[in-house]
Design a protein around this ligand. Structure first.
Ligand code: DHB
Length: 388
């Protein structure tokens, strides 16, 4: 009996041995798993985990995700985590990045260590210019704000007030919206930038109400800020005053849309992904995602960014036969790659390493009793206008 137990223990020990380093490709993910942006990081990680679960080993390698919680906007911590992942954990890829300031802080590490770094959300245009080892599979604020400005001008909205979070993505969203909207004959009647961390929107929203614009254009980062904005917008009665709400899809993020409730109905937004996107790929993605994230959790654009980012990493590992070299990896990533995403086909621009994709115009509507961003128009193959 004792011998049998021992033999059993030995077997267990063998089974639990970690895969040998040379059999593994490590991907270090820097994301927020606590604080204001915890849900965004969790969605992104679940998207990446799902891809690994669905695809297993590639080129004889196990793909291992090492997730690090940066705890919100924290560039020095992001940089330290990247350095540790590279030097101690010996990751061959970096990925994740919900937030622009954290991505920017990691760019010098990516360059110095020659580690391919895949941006799965952070959406300020300049990020990809900060290191030749950075590529982006998500979107840029300029890429989605330009089609929205055009849509507004073409749909008889003439006077707009802008409200954005006061940091990189907000600055890009405001600048591009203004440029394109005024070029199409629209007028900006006022602009305000609100603090990024836990803002009280009420005083800003009252100011907008008093200015009586036809519409307010909004960018706030997805999650708690978008819920807070929508609450204040309804409480101050802007919708009842007939002021339309137009926004980048960060405001009507699939993860929090249900929590926003009725005030979100009718919001027009532009973005790269909606859970309501109709395609066989998205139907399969949503079904599989529920197995990883839990039933009833709707994948949002962070989850899709995680899944697509991991897809690009798998394709790169496959192309390199499992032997990862930073320069060879970037040569592949800039060779005109395309990816079948749940949002549609995306491409990586060989020159800018930024994503090229269809941008959808959507309206919040009830589908089967639940709020969704229902796509009703699209602009095909949009490049980041921030680069030209
Ligand atoms: C960024 C963060 C977000 O939460 C979002 O919705 C869009 C952009 C960013 O920091 O780049």
């Amino acid at each position: 009996m004792k011998r049998m137990l021992l033999a059993g223990a030995a077997l267990l020990a063998v089974a639990a041995l970690p895969a040998k380093a040379e059999d593994t490709v490590k991907v270090g993910m820097i994301i927020s798993l606590s604080g204001q942006f915890a849900d965004t990081g969790t969605q992104m990680l679940n998207g990446a985990k799902l891809y690994v679960k669905q695809h297993g080993d590639v080129a004889g390698k196990k793909i291992e995700i090492i997730a690090k919680d940066v705890g919100g906007i924290n560039p020095p911590v992001a940089k330290r985590l990247a350095q540790e992942l590279v030097t101690r954990d010996k990751v061959q890829f970096l990925g994740g990045f919900v937030l622009t300031p954290n991505a920017l802080a990691v760019a010098p590490v990516a360059t110095q260590a020659k580690v391919p770094t895949i941006i799965m959300n952070a959406a300020t245009s300049i990020i990809t210019t900060k290191s030749p080892y950075i590529a982006r599979v998500s979107f840029t604020l300029s890429q989605v704000a330009a089609p929205l400005a055009e849509w507004a001008a073409k749909n008889k909205i003439n006077h707009v007030y802008t409200l954005v979070s006061d940091y990189g993505p907000g600055n890009d969203a405001e600048a591009t919206f203004k440029k394109v909207f005024t070029a199409h004959g629209g007028e900006i009647v006022g602009s305000v930038k609100v603090p990024l961390k836990n803002p009280d929107f009420s005083p800003f929203i009252q100011r907008i109400k008093d200015a009586k614009p036809e519409a307010v254009f909004v960018f706030v980062p997805a999650g708690e800020a978008s819920v807070g904005f929508m609450k204040a917008f309804a409480e101050r009665g802007l919708n009842k005053a007939g002021i339309k709400l137009i926004a980048t899809g960060d405001l009507t993020d699939d993860d929090v849309l249900t929590a926003m409730g009725e005030p979100a109905l009718g919001v027009i937004s532009t973005h790269h992904y909606s859970a309501a996107h109709e395609s066989p790929e998205n139907t399969a993605f949503k079904k599989a995602y529920a197995d990883v994230a839990g039933a009833g959790v709707r994948p949002n654009f962070m989850a899709v960014g995680g899944w697509d980012g991991m897809h690009l990493i798998y394709d790169t590992v496959k192309k390199l036969g499992g032997n990862i070299d930073g320069d060879k990896a970037m040569a592949f990533i800039t060779s005109g790659v395309t990816i079948q995403s749940p949002r549609g086909t995306i491409a990586i621009d060989p020159t800018t390493r930024d994503v090229v994709q269809d941008v959808y115009v959507r309206k919040v509507q009830k589908v089967g009793g639940q709020l969704y961003n229902v796509e009703f128009d699209k602009v095909a193959k949009v490049k980041d206008p921030g680069k030209s």
